[in-house]
Design a protein around this ligand. Structure first.
Ligand code: 13P
Length: 280
């Protein structure tokens, strides 16, 4: 069942769960995360990272997302992750994504508001949801101080949500993208203030490598959506590498891909366990 973010995030609130927003870049990673969501019977957002949308082509990703979602027994939204420009968001809207992120957090506030509003107007006219970002969500190889320097200012976040009408907002509270150089330190007080006072649902990025107990606490505090990518990609690469190493070039290519798919599904099941821990 194809759905948009708003519909799925409403479900999350009602059932006290956090929606997994799982990045996938090909058929196997997509099948793995959708299968996990079906096993757990929870809605899911499948996302294309902006660079993967360029790599694979948004049309291709939309086509396989469509097949997965139409056959799934749970609601699936199809998202663009970290859209870099109005043009990239527009492209994904036009090929049938049901949610787009426009990430202009590194721009001035006024530019971020103006461009985000343009995306919101176009997307909402077609029933598509929009996520934006405020604060700097750093790369995970940075120091804890550098990550903390990008924290989202709650006052600005409240204003931004009102000024733009976005459906959800990604914030910087201590997580980062990629493989962590240091165990992340989450600012739970800041996160709680953002969840409690910003008018739209709150999104946390950098779900990989964040300790399970920290993810659980963020779920308890009411984050609406957790983005995860790197943990899947690491599991995918490791499974392929291990099988190739063990069996050499005589192995069937589809056996290698099936092993990678299974490894990704196991990670997705584990993440969904935590995201649905307080389900009512
Ligand atoms: P990770 O790759 O660190 O899990 O981050 C994913 C993400 O936030 C995508 O927007």
């Amino acid at each position: 069942m194809i759905s948009n973010y708003s519909d799925i995030l409403k479900y999350a609130k009602e059932h006290k769960i956090t929606i997994g927003a799982f990045n996938s870049f090909n058929m196997e990673t997509l099948q793995a995360v959708v299968s996990a969501a079906e096993k757990k019977q929870v809605p899911l957002i499948v996302q294309t990272y902006h660079a993967h949308a360029e790599y694979a082509g948004a049309e291709y990703m939309r086509a396989i997302y469509g097949v997965a979602a139409e056959h799934a027994s749970v609601k699936i939204a199809l998202g663009l992750d970290h859209g870099q420009s109005f043009a990239q968001a527009e492209k994904c809207i036009n090929v049938g994504y049901t949610g787009v992120m426009i990430d202009l957090a590194s721009e001035d506030y006024d530019v971020n508001v103006k461009e985000t509003k343009r995306v919101v107007e176009l997307a909402h006219s077609k029933g598509i949801s929009v996520e934006a970002e405020l604060g700097v969500i750093a790369d995970a190889d940075r120091s804890l101080e550098e990550i903390a320097a990008g924290y989202t200012d709650p006052e600005v976040a409240r204003r931004f949500a009102r000024d733009t009408g976005v459906d959800c907002l990604a914030v910087s509270v201590g997580t980062a993208h990629g493989n962590y150089a240091h165990t992340p330190k989450i600012n739970f007080d800041l996160l709680k203030e953002l969840v409690d006072t910003v008018s739209c649902p709150i999104v946390v990025h950098g779900g990989s490598g964040t300790p399970d107990e920290d993810v659980e606490e963020m779920v308890r505090l009411g984050i609406a959506k957790l983005n995860v990518g790197t943990d899947f990609f690491n599991a995918y690469k490791k499974a392929m590498f291990d099988m190739m190493n063990e069996k050499g070039l005589g192995v069937e290519a589809t056996d290698v891909m099936a092993a990678a798919r299974k490894a990704v599904e196991e990670v997705a099941l584990h993440k969904l366990d935590i995201l649905t821990r307080f389900r009512v």
